[in-house]
Design a protein around this ligand. Structure first.
Ligand code: NI
Length: 231
């Protein structure tokens, strides 16, 4: 958040614009390399250019956009190895948080995780729900960390997820086997958490995220070498 914005109204306007743009990028409505023009965004949201500029600064800090000379703000495009790296970081951070969380997960937390997983599995069968897949995956994972009191870890994980979610959705959309593997591993993960089987759960989570990162790297690599592929 920019230090220059002092008044609450302007700051919340900035956050509101940032949130809308962030959603559009995560959902793929704004695609990699697409230009974000301040005047058009200001007109679309009926705000002045100041909150738009500040919102863009925020998205830049989150890695969702790049500023390119003569083109201005564009949706960032991650290389296949950068995408894999994001998943590597996630695997390391989430494993730590899960280890702290498991002993403290309440029956209510586990029930909440189970409900999210049911919803996720249902939506995975429906390709029209593709927009929700990345979000539900993130929500399910986060629900397993409810027992950990690690706000800083969670804040970094959230930022990484905002960057990775659009790619998670792409991977799930392109690969039915990947969807089946993810479902199976999520169910195993929940069972291990329920049994308080800490190390096996952490190990599975780590492998689950690393494997998703590798398969995504391959998917994106292939797509970028196919000239007609829509990103
Ligand atoms: Ni997952």
């Amino acid at each position: 958040m920019s230090k220059a914005s002092t008044g609450i109204p302007r700051q919340s306007l900035t956050s509101a614009v940032a949130e809308k743009l962030r959603d559009k990028i995560i959902l793929g409505e704004l695609q990699e390399g697409e230009q974000l023009r301040q005047d058009l965004i200001a007109a679309e949201f009926q705000v002045s250019r100041i909150p738009v500029r500040e919102a863009l600064r925020q998205l830049l800090a989150e890695g969702l956009i790049d500023i390119i000379p003569n083109r201005g703000a564009v949706v960032s495009s991650l290389s296949p190895s950068e995408i894999e790296e994001l998943f590597e970081i996630r695997a390391l951070l989430e494993r730590e948080v899960l280890r702290d969380s498991i002993p403290n997960l309440s029956a209510g937390d586990l029930a909440h995780a189970a409900a999210l997983l049911d919803k996720y599995d249902q939506e995975l069968r429906d390709e029209n729900s593709v927009a929700d897949w990345g979000r539900l995956n993130t929500q399910f994972h986060a629900s397993l960390y409810a027992g950990a009191d690690r706000p800083q870890f969670m804040s970094i994980i959230r930022t990484i997820n905002n960057n990775g979610e659009r790619y998670t959705r792409l991977q799930l959309f392109l690969s039915k086997p990947a969807r089946e593997i993810a479902s199976r591993e999520h169910a195993q993960l929940l069972a291990l958490c329920r049994a308080r089987d800490i190390e096996p759960a952490c190990e599975l989570l780590y492998r689950h995220i690393r494997a998703a990162g590798r398969s995504l790297r391959d998917v994106v690599e292939k797509r970028r070498h196919t000239p007609d592929a829509k990103r």
